[in-house]
Design a protein around this ligand. Structure first.
Ligand SMILES: C=C(O[C@@H]1C=C(C(=O)O)C=C[C@H]1O)C(=O)O
Length: 210
């Protein structure tokens, strides 16, 4: 775990009463999760509650939702990352996805802002048919990729829970922090600060009820 990731740590992830046993034998001594309590479905690791980048998304139009833009909120923390932050709209022309703290995915772009009389494609947000076709093709692949991510995510989660059960049945610890740090570091090295968040969500997903 690098120092800057550790510096991002806060303790805002809600702790639960659920006790957890951590194996810290191999973990770096610089920062140990103190003792017995484990954040709820969350992570004892640094970086767990770091807000997302907060970078505003470029948009040529207005959000489809009037809900608050949580891109600057600590959205990827605790349950909020999984339960909210849904895609609520697509800006016309630019096709920018606008995240909001609540609401359903509408996936529809407003025709407002399109050139008058043009065949604006409301589904893709494109202002010209050719662009709409390209976008549809790319979206097909995006959908495939998303499904692969979901499948792999669920497979990983099942494996992680199986490891935990096996270890506990052998009298071992529920979690191994040194291993979790290794995983967080790998994701962060590959993806930057967002990778940290992804890794923490992955780890949380794998905990489940043991
Ligand atoms: C799956 C394991 O158990 C736990 C879950 C981990 C994970 O989801 O990757 C990593 C470390 C452990 O806290 C493991 O030790 O490999």
């Amino acid at each position: 775990m690098t120092a800057d990731v550790m510096a991002q740590s806060t303790d805002a992830d809600s702790p639960t009463a659920q006790p957890a046993r951590h194996s810290t034998a191999q973990a770096p001594a610089a920062r140990q999760t103190p003792g017995a309590s484990e954040p709820a479905g969350g992570s004892p690791l640094p970086g767990a509650t770091r807000p997302t980048s907060g970078r505003p998304l470029p948009s040529a139009g207005q959000p489809a939702s009037s809900g608050p833009d949580t891109t600057a909120d600590p959205a990827v923390t605790g349950d909020s990352a999984a339960g909210t932050g849904q895609v609520t709209g697509v800006g016309p022309a630019a096709g920018a996805i606008l995240a909001a703290g609540s609401g359903q995915a509408t996936g529809m772009a407003s025709a407002a802002g399109s050139p008058a009389g043009s065949a604006a494609d409301e589904y893709t947000g494109a202002a010209k048919p050719l662009a709409a076709g390209e976008i549809r093709a790319m979206r097909e692949r995006i959908d495939e990729i998303d499904q692969a991510i979901i499948d792999l995510w669920q497979e990983r989660s099942r494996l992680s829970q199986a490891v935990g059960k096996t270890r506990m049945a052998s009298g071992g610890t529920r979690l191994v922090l040194a291993r979790e740090r290794e995983i967080v570091d790998r994701f962060r090295a590959a993806l930057g600060p967002d990778g940290t968040q992804v890794a923490l969500l992955l780890l949380r997903s794998g905990r489940g009820p043991l």
